[in-house]
Design a protein around this ligand. Structure first.
Ligand code: SAM
Ligand code: SF4
Length: 388
């Protein structure tokens, strides 16, 4: 709804493929980084015209393992962005980085390029769990890596963790969280393991070699995470995300607040909102690098393949916005479209302590967060559009 946007750049290569990962990734042994970057520069150029009236507030290098990209190529991408877009002076420039010491260039080189936020895939401080997750790291190497990036002067650090892995106990998860007390970090993302189709874990589960934690342990782990992180001043602001004040991920907030974003690279998604025109465009690039390159060479707008109406925008805004602790402001959305949410459903969910509707602002409660998918779908399924 606003005049800002972010750019996501997908670098789809990893040294090894983790057994739980279902992202669009390929082995880096097959990578041609120069070719990929020439595609990315091309796509930035062709799409820049669509975002020419918006201010760029975040750039996010995600993957895959974008920290494998040689700094000279990162620099080319950043230079291209600076040439083509209106970049805000305090633009968040984030890089996802794997804490494998043998795989990264000196992190200080990233800092010199202007990267001001690192999102580190720590995943765990438990060696047994790191092994199950197929990570090339240990608790000791993770802690060493954290010291190394802190020493480079990065002051906006985020760590990713996965919990609920196999027979993991509440006590084991608590021990991992305790490590955070000793570290100077600003943001934590904690994801409950999902066993996705077409991953190695999927087959392992079929064979009985790995199990998912029970719902009860999952809920206890969520509760414990909140408590432990609150004690060190890191508060939940989204279902899986916690931060110190003002250190929320600006980039992910664009997604959750249904702002515009441009996704560059194979499999990347984009969203462009033009409220006055009543248009909401969404598109995604082909996942295969070859297909992506082919389509780009057509030099047309064929990549923009999905124009949705404002009703879809409203539904998506609830879908993403209810993931945030602050929820969704119905009044401001009503300026865009006339709709209401079935009062009987609101009353029912309120009575069950799953949502709070205060001053026309709808938000999930802590209990609601524990069953967020069900609650969010009940809200969306009960939106009545009055007219358009
Ligand atoms: C884009 S991914 C990978 C970032 C980086 N390549 C890494 O592995 O450190 C972002 C995060 O999603 C989480 N993730 C990926 N697959 C998951 C799964 N199946 N279940 C739960 N979390 C997952 C991991 O915590 C991961 O760090
Ligand atoms: S979790 Fe990260 S390192 Fe592992 S395969 Fe997925 S993107 Fe690559």
């Amino acid at each position: 709804m606003s005049n800002k946007f972010g750019i996501y750049i997908h670098i789809p290569f990893c040294k090894t493929i983790c057994p739980f990962c279902n992202f669009n990734v390929y082995l880096s042994s097959s990578a041609d980084y120069d070719e990929l970057v020439s595609f990315l520069l091309d796509e930035l150029r062709t799409k820049s015209v669509l975002f020419s009236d918006k201010k760029l507030v975040s750039i996010h290098f995600g993957g895959g393992t974008p920290s494998l990209l040689p700094p000279r190529l990162l620099k080319k991408i950043l230079n291209q962005i600076e040439r083509l877009f209106l970049v805000e002076s305090d633009c968040e420039i984030a890089l996802e980085i794997n804490p494998y010491d043998n795989e990264v260039e000196e992190p200080v080189l990233f800092k010199d390029l202007g990267i001001n936020r690192l999102s580190v895939g720590i995943q765990s401080f438990n060696n047994k769990k790191l092994k199950i997750l197929g990570r090339n790291s240990t608790k000791e190497s993770n802690l060493y890596f954290i010291r190394k990036i802190s020493d480079c002067g990065f002051t906006n650090l985020s760590f990713d963790f996965i919990f609920g892995v196999d027979k993991e106990s509440l006590k084991e998860w608590e021990e991992e969280l305790l490590h955070l007390k000793e570290l100077d970090i600003q943001h934590v993302s904690t994801y409950c393991l999902t066993i996705e189709k077409s991953t190695a874990f999927w087959k392992m589960r079929d064979r009985g070699d790995i199990v998912e934690v029970s719902d009860n342990i999952f809920l206890d782990m969520m509760d414990l995470t909140k408590k432990q992180l609150n004690q060190i001043g890191i508060e939940q602001y989204e279902i899986s995300n916690y931060s110190k004040p003002l250190y929320e991920s600006r980039h992910n907030l664009l997604y959750w607040n249904s702002d515009s974003y441009l996704g560059i690279g194979p499999g990347a998604h984009s969203s462009l909102i033009d409220i006055e025109e009543g248009k909401y465009y969404r598109w995604s690039n082909p996942k295969s690098i070859k297909q992506y390159g082919k389509l780009l060479s057509l030099k047309s707008d064929t990549l923009i393949n999905h124009s949705l109406g404002i009703r879809e925008y409203i539904k998506d805004t609830f879908m993403m916005g209810l993931r945030l602790k602050k929820g969704v402001n119905i009044e401001s959305l009503n300026l865009v479209s006339s709709f209401s949410i079935n009062q009987r459903i609101i009353d029912e969910l309120t009575k069950q302590h799953l949502i709070v509707n205060k001053d026309n602002n709808l938000a999930l409660t802590d209990t609601g967060f524990n069953v967020s998918n069900e609650v969010i779908f009940r809200v969306i399924d009960n939106i009545d559009f009055i007219d358009d």
